[in-house]
Design a protein around this ligand. Sequence first.
Ligand SMILES: [Zn+2]
Ligand SMILES: [Zn+2]
Length: 307
Amino acid sequence: MRRIFVNPFREDGKWFKGNVHAHSTGSDGTRTPKQLVELYSGAGYDFLSITDHGVVTDVEGLGNAGFLLIPGEEMCIGRTHAATPYHIVALGIKETLPFKDFDRDLDPQLVIDHVNDVGGLAILAHPYWSGLNNRDMMEIEGYHGVEIYNTSCEYERNTGFSGSHIDDIIVMGRRPWIYAVDDHHGAERPLLPLDAAAAWIMVKSDSLGVDEIMSRIRRGLFYSSTGPEIRDISIDEEGVISLECSPVKEISFVSTPSLGIKYYAEGGPLTGASYEGRQGETYVRIEVTDSEGRRAWSNPIYNEPEN
Ligand SMILES: [Zn+2]
Ligand SMILES: [Zn+2]
């Protein structure tokens, strides 16, 4: 079986940690852009995109040699089959999008196409929270990725995990990259954990610059996490996929939904697993869970269609 995978673990460079979805006082966040830079750089992040609603917030001069800001914006537009709006994160755009935010009659495809035209990446935000179904996600195209995990949605509404939404569209032929993000807003409510520095992507890159990080993300040279570290992914000539990771309690090779496999730690934690795949699978993506319930996700590994 021939696997199709852009493997960040076979690419030169260093790992850079970043959050590509966050809100500041530029829209409905509680912290100024400067406070967000302090929060994320203090938490060991290397980069951040402030993606305020309807505006590219000015971050000029806020970054430094060790901390990168990637401009971005989020738009809430259109109408799904459930009559909810789509939320689309536009990563790496330099100017505010020429559309009215919260325009329920605006076709989300126009936004995605524009983001691509100006060299950005469109990411479908929090499908579960948005009430997106697979028809909603199949009727639009050209988006680079989909959020598999969104901290803010999880903490506030228990709707942060969108793995099955993503698997649905992969089965139907789409090939998205998958992202874990914070979608930080900083809302305060008793006992509500702070939606910051809790989810991230790890990007393999030679250097920490907007163009370099964006091009590595575009190529899919990243994985997502809320805690565990993926240390290696390899694929041998027979198509056997092997993973090495920090100690976890479960390793799943998620695939065409009735297939795939899940391994459990026995005695001590798991730090790796292999999977040869099964007949009929069109993809495999790896998801690990540690003893505290934190997860990491590889990007999907696609199988070349058999004919
Ligand atoms: Zn949103
Ligand atoms: Zn958001």
